[in-house]
Design a protein around this ligand. Structure first.
Ligand code: UT7
Length: 381
């Protein structure tokens, strides 16, 4: 029973150090062979990250390019944000193709055949189709058995919520190979005349393959997940009816039908509030995730990998957590804020560049619109 309780504690993300105090009581309600099999899977299954990939658009836009049409300059942008370049979709490029490329690279690294993928989670708030793009990725990859594929919308926290969802599907649902894709094209809905926001964002896609394994090899150690709708007003792109459209009905009892044509507003952001929010909640969240993982303390992980929003936010969080800059992963200078893509894009570069090695432990955090914020402590490989 002690082993069962410990395994259950791991499944529910309870600290390894406090399992004896906090493990929930599990009551086995089924005495059928099937029930026993499911119970055994629940307590014996772990999951680990075995592949990653990324893709970015070909068009590179520098700070000096932006200064040609808005009142800004390279000095202001690079000092206040650390950003020097961003990639922006152009011509015939689209976000789904970037997501497919990133997913293909993750499968290749993991040496997993597309026919063995049994779930695709596309984390995005700016997809090519408002009904979601995950099934298109599934078809393009050649996943022959029509595995489940759907989208998750949670802005810049989307990828880590996808990672958490993948672990739940694997541990509780019996899924074996789950692709988590983070992809966003915020360039589509920023106001390119608003120098307070447009300088921050870029487009990209990143992906990881999360695979079921024995509980002893489990590489997802702890999560901390939050949202606060009260702060939503600080970062929005809301649905609105077009005021110029005069499609009112001739029937006076139905003056508001049929609805006017509609669209989403440009991204509107209170940068200072988002900045303060991030620097306040992210260190707390990472500390909570480390505690749940049984790894409290800044020396119990190898790399700090934050959502790439602003180098000053990354530095501020690293300082609060007492993590030296050599252990901080950052590529915000080259890509800007790519929303749900930023963490898997930076992870992929760090893995392929040889920084992150198999066995390294990463403390990651995403934060943004919603407001949402999420942290994860995981091992690479
Ligand atoms: O995924 C989460 C997404 N959002 C974020 O991460 C946003 C977090 N916030 C930030 O990164 C920063 O707040 C910004 C980079 C957006 C702005 O930096 P800031 O240091 O907070 O600047 P500020 O908004 O307080 O503006 C300072 C000054 C203002 O001029 P005055 O009023 O002092 O004369 C702005 O008008 O800088 C001016 N300014 C600019 N100047 C040149 C604002 N944007 C620009 C610009 N170029 N692009």
């Amino acid at each position: 029973m002690a082993n069962t309780t410990m395994a259950a504690a791991q499944i529910f993300g309870i600290s390894r150090m406090r399992q004896h105090q906090a493990a929930p009581t599990l009551i086995m309600c089924s005495n059928t062979a099937k029930g026993a099999e499911e119970f055994s899977r629940l307590i014996n299954t772990g999951c680990k990250l075995v592949g990653c990939g990324s893709a970015v658009p070909s068009l590179r836009v520098t700070n000096n390019d932006l200064a040609k049409f808005i009142d800004t300059n390279d000095e202001w942008i690079s000092t206040r944000t650390g950003i020097r370049n961003r990639r922006v979709l152009s011509g015939k490029e689209n976000l789904t193709d970037l997501a497919i490329e990133a997913a293909q690279k993750a499968l290749e690294m993991a040496e997993v055949d597309p026919k063995d993928v049994d779930l695709i989670l596309m984390c995005s708030s700016s997809g090519d189709d408002r009904f979601g793009s995950a099934p298109v990725i599934q078809k393009a990859l050649g996943c022959k058995h029509n595995p489940l594929a759907f989208d998750i919308t949670a802005a810049c926290s989307g990828f880590l919520l996808g990672l958490f969802s993948a672990s739940c599907y694997i541990k509780a649902g019996g899924f074996k190979n789950v692709l988590v894709v983070g992809a966003d094209a915020v360039s589509r809905f920023v106001d390119w005349t608003d120098r307070g926001s447009c300088i921050l964002f870029g487009d990209a896609a990143g992906a990881v393959l999360v695979q079921a394994c024995d509980i002893g090899e489990d590489g997802l150690f702890g999560f901390d997940l939050h949202s606060d709708g009260d702060g939503k007003r600080h970062l929005i792109s809301t649905f609105k009816e077009n005021e110029t459209d005069d499609a009112s009905s001739e029937n006076p009892s139905m003056t508001s039908f049929p609805p006017k044509s509609s669209s989403y507003s440009y991204l509107q952001m209170n940068g200072r509030e988002i900045f303060k929010f991030a620097v306040r909640v992210v260190p707390q969240s990472i500390e909570a995730a480390l505690e749940k993982a049984g790894l409290a303390g800044s020396n119990n992980f190898d790399w700090l990998l934050l959502h790439q929003a602003n180098q000053r936010i990354i530095d501020g969080v690293a300082t609060r957590l007492e993590v030296p800059s050599e252990r901080v992963i950052s590529n915000v200078a080259n890509y800007g804020n790519t929303s749900a893509a930023s963490i898997p894009l930076a992870l992929d570069e760090a893995v392929r560049g040889g920084k992150v090695q198999p066995g390294h432990v990463i403390a990651a955090a995403g934060f943004g619109a919603g407001l949402t914020w999420a942290s994860a402590i995981f091992r690479w490989g």
